[in-house]
Design a protein around this ligand. Structure first.
Ligand code: ARG
Length: 275
């Protein structure tokens, strides 16, 4: 679980060049032959999950989730402001000036000629992030991406019900990154149930979503992307950030997401300070 995440981060970082070149190459395939990939594949082989076909999702429509961005290190993100992307802490290396990340927005198809690509200028990784909990980060962009933003949820009462996650990550455990954005809707799972599934959960900082029988989940490469729902006013709000899971879509192993409501004040403050 914890280990899955660390292995993945190394794959993602190593595959950045290939991902930039192709925009959709499977992190695993791009790095075939490296130790990282062997490690992740053997971990996968041990307990193979269901390989239904984000896992079990369907294609998103152009413009359906206009705030979705793909990040060049192989993660997802959401426009918190037109020039600030909210993603996962484990998708970035630390905080400070950083011009190495490219955000692609405005399209569901990463090969669409209408895509907008903007470089990063700064990264803010959640203060105190050490690999457990606090899995959020902000990326400041060189210029705005002219798309609607996704507000973050502030009321913990929103942490329930049917939640949607979207991304260009693998469509099954060990699968390839996707050229076209996929979405899937999964029910919220309470902390006690999730804690039973994993034995570990940073309560208050992480929330879980998935179905008992498996088959529906986010997966590698979806990290950093938003888990969202509609609020009482019928507007989309972000309640989670794709963080980790044991494999993908395995029965009894829900996806684990950063609990955005808990960090809403910190995220807002940090975004203000990013300039
Ligand atoms: N850590 C993964 C990433 O970097 C996300 C894994 C999500 N896993 C899951 N079963 N929901 O892309």
């Amino acid at each position: 679980m914890q280990k899955d995440r660390k292995v993945l981060v190394r794959i993602v970082a190593g595959a950045a060049v290939a991902l930039t070149a192709l925009g959709m190459t499977a992190a695993g395939n791009a790095m075939a032959g490296t130790d990282d990939v062997k490690a992740s594949h053997s971990a996968t082989a041990k307990k193979d999950g269901p390989s239904t076909k984000i896992v079990g999702g369907t294609p998103a429509e152009q413009g359906e989730f206009p705030w979705m961005v793909r990040l060049s290190m192989g993660c997802g993100g959401a426009l918190f402001e037109k020039d600030v992307v909210l993603t996962a802490a484990h998708c970035v290396d630390g905080s400070g000036d950083n011009t190495s990340i490219t955000a692609t927005g405005g399209v569901v198809d990463l090969e669409d000629s209408n895509k907008v690509e903007v470089k990063s200028t700064k990264v803010l990784q959640a203060p105190g992030y050490n690999g457990t909990g606090k899995d959020w980060a902000l990326i400041k962009l060189e210029k705005p991406i002219d798309q609607p933003t996704l507000p973050i949820a502030e009321d913990p009462a929103l942490n329930e019900g049917d939640l949607t996650v979207a991304g260009w990550g693998a469509d099954k455990e060990g699968g390839e990154q996707q050229q076209k954005l996929l979405k899937v809707t999964v029910p919220f799972i309470d902390d006690a149930t999730c804690k039973k599934a994993y034995g570990e959960l940073v309560e208050g900082e992480e929330l879980c979503a998935g179905v008992d029988e498996g088959g529906l989940d986010s997966c590698q490469g979806d990290s950093g992307g938003p888990l969202f729902r509609k609020d009482e006013a019928g507007e989309f709000v972000q309640v989670g950030i794709v963080s980790w899971g044991e494999g993908c879509a395995r029965p009894g192993k829900p996806g684990v997401y950063t609990e955005v409501t808990n960090f809403a004040a910190d995220i807002k403050k940090a975004a203000g300070e990013l300039g």
